[in-house]
Ligand binder design. Structure first.
Ligand code: ADP
Length: 465
């Protein structure tokens, strides 16, 4: 992109000095420390630091131009603003999105997959990436770059060298998916599932469904919606878009599969596609990950891949620490570290997978609050506790204010009250878990990221790995 093209995309509020610099701009960044020569610095107002304080540093590092807000512009030294292209915009985050959109339109021929959903976005994206990178160059955004800042920044790295782009999109407030898909212009879209998550921001399950459904509705008429046929809310959102649909889930669908066997190291799966069946080993276990594998297969197929080659792709996949990541423990035990995040659907999936993997071993669950559930929180926690009881979990450590309802649910479900421990103090939890876990246990650690249960996973690894 050139400076005139940048101006066309972001529509600055007023003319800036020095805008006639010729040639293409370098990388776009919001971090002044990573400005490259000829790069474009977007000064975002942050919670802790204000990017506008670093405009001078960005130019010193070789930036070709900067984008600031009205408020930020007041911090830019006058001498700099009079001589260099410092573009003032109403909202730098919006300008960043506009830039990414313009960039994407310049690379329109690269097929782009958009992925959203309540859980499984990162896992599915990583699986798809493993499938595709065997034969193609793929741009992916890292999982934590799925919002209105991170996704556009990742998308700005798209080039003609790429054969495909796979972008995950997160949302916590209405309108974010409309904006993200407006920027990315997906050709193919996947909604992994629609479950209660971010209810505090999205209001209700209907609100969550509508928000995620906006990704399907952003598809062009010749686009493809990849639809989880086992999730009725996803199916309903698909019915509200004009694009072609491809279904996965159960045998009557275009893509279906089954788990052939499960072990501590993962599972063997068989997947049926319209062009035949294939079998593969994959380094994660559980029905929910089979669903993610089906979604990834359907996406790869839509992008032109066929079953040969998919087996190898799945074999290359391994789970990311914190996302139902299995590690063996001394004496035949297993740690299932799922501390990265939690909502009711992923917690249920994790508990069921734990039970499936236990094979006679003692099962221990460390379950922290699922945050941001709004008024459905007590009932959702209660249900998880109840499920733990029905799955005959040997010991439940419930951690946090909301988790008290899980402890209650477990006792109501018939779990021996002495096997249910509720604590609100982190150190007390760590201590109690350390004292209890012993040789051969299968331990699941699950909770919202804010509960920082990764510390408990580290303790267990330290003692037993
Ligand atoms: P996201 O990127 O949507 O947050 P991840 O792939 O990072 O999702 O997984 C987050 C959590 O959700 C993990 O604990 C994982 O075990 C669980 N999970 C992954 N896929 C699914 C699924 N299809 N259904 C339910 N839970 C899932």
């Amino acid at each position: 992109m050139t400076i005139p093209e940048v101006i066309g995309a972001i529509q600055p509020l007023r003319e800036a000095a020095g805008s006639s610099v010729p040639g293409p701009i370098g990388a776009v960044t919001t971090d002044s420390r990573s400005v490259e020569p000829k790069g474009l610095f977007v000064a975002l107002p942050g919670e802790r630091v204000d990017g506008a304080d670093f405009v001078e540093e960005a130019f010193a590092r070789g930036a070709i131009a900067a984008i600031v807000s009205e408020a930020g512009a007041k911090k830019v030294p006058g001498a700099l603003a009079r001589t260099r292209p410092v573009f003032v915009v109403r909202d730098p985050v919006e300008a960043l999105g506009d830039l990414a959109r313009a960039h994407r339109l310049r690379h329109r021929r690269v097929p782009l997959v958009g992925i959203t959903g309540s859980s499984g976005k990162t896992t599915t994206k990583d699986m798809l990436s493993c499938l595709l990178t065997r034969s193609r160059r793929v741009l992916c955004n890292p999982g934590n770059r799925n919002n209105l800042i991170g996704m556009p920044l990742a998308l700005l790295a798209l080039s003609d060298e790429h054969d495909a782009a796979v972008l995950e999109m997160g949302t916590s407030a209405p309108g974010e998916i409309v904006r993200l898909s407006g920027i990315a212009a997906p050709d193919i879209a996947l909604i992994t599932n629609i479950a209660p998550a971010h209810l505090a921001g999205l209001g209700s399950m209907e609100g969550v469904a509508r928000e995620k459904g906006d990704l399907f509705r952003a598809l062009p008429a010749n686009g493809v919606a990849v639809v989880n046929a086992t999730d009725l809310r996803v199916v309903r959102e698909a019915a509200r878009c004009a694009a072609e649909k491809v279904y996965y889930g159960v045998p009557m669908n275009d893509f279906s599969g089954r788990i052939l066997s499960m072990s501590d190291a993962g599972m063997r799966i068989a997947i049926r596609t319209p062009a035949g069946e294939f079998r593969s080993s994959i380094g994660v276990a559980g029905e929910h990950h089979l669903m993610n594998a089906l979604a990834a297969t359907a996406l790869a197929f839509t992008l032109g891949m066929r079953p040969d080659g998919m087996e190898e792709g799945f074999a290359a996949f391994s789970s990311v620490p914190g996302r139902f990541h299995a590690s063996p423990l001394r004496g035949g035990g297993l740690l299932l570290d799922d501390s990265y995040n939690a909502n009711p659907a992923s917690s249920e999936a994790a508990l069921r997978s734990l039970a499936a993997l236990s094979r006679g071993r003692r099962t221990v669950v460390v379950f922290g609050d699922m945050l941001e559930l709004g008024e459905s929180s007590p009932a959702s926690h209660f249900r998880i506790g109840h499920l733990a009881a029905s799955l005959r979990i040997a010991r439940l450590f419930a951690f946090g204010k909301e988790a008290a309802y899980a402890a209650h649910g477990a006792r109501e479900g018939g779990m021996d009250p002495s096997a249910v421990v509720h604590v609100e103090d982190r150190e007390a939890l760590r201590e109690a878990v350390r004292r209890f876990v012993s040789e051969g246990d299968v331990v699941l650690v699950k909770g919202s990221r804010g509960m920082r249960l990764d510390e408990v996973s580290s303790d267990i690894r330290e003692d037993w790995a």
